[in-house]
Design a binder for this molecule. Sequence first.
Ligand SMILES: *Cc1c(COP(=O)(O)O)cnc(C)c1O
Length: 221
Amino acid sequence: MGTKERYSEIAAEVVAACERAGRAPEEVTVVAVSKTVGPDEVANAIAGGARNFGENRPDQLMLKADQFTDATWHFIGNIQSRRIRDIVGRATLVHSLFEERHARKIDEVARERGIVQDVLLEVNVSGEESKSGLAPADVRAMLQTCAELPNVRVRGLMTMAPLGDMEAARAAFYGLRELRDELQADFPGLTELSMGMTDDWPIAIEEGATIVRIGRAIFQQ
Ligand SMILES: *Cc1c(COP(=O)(O)O)cnc(C)c1O
């Protein structure tokens, strides 16, 4: 099986998982995480029906987003101030914002360019030290900060679950959704939940994911 077939198989599995969970398949977007492959494999995934791609390095985002302009690009990696100019506008959605200084810089660059940048706030729900993201208790303050930045629009929350432990993954996904539901009264724009990767996306869909980020299951031969 090649990338094209693997993508279409995953897309069908996502539809089936939505139906099992009593959710409409249109509620869930599959982001094909192409960070380990080159443009040829992106083209193959597009042939299999992929429309959304995720990159974690600005160089790769620039290379591929500028080549595949009909696709929708997501930035899912570590944000560095000096690379924000390369990300803003190229990424339709930035999943990994958690620092106030980065929010201010994104706002500044987006304003210069006359756009509003959609972002998600990354939350470290599991509390693992190795993970980046806001502590759940700090998300509200960050939302208040972002509400004052006219060129940044927070669309929802993102998390990375602990690896290799499905019950811990479920707890992290459930926790992200609870947090979102709680904050939604004051921040009604929080519609997206970006959670679930190759090993745990079916659980994330059960727990309410609206975006799953799948790399290896699509691109690893
Ligand atoms: C690499 C990556 C993924 C995809 O992980 P797979 O296990 O390959 O599906 C998803 N999200 C982020 C933030 C990543 O860096």
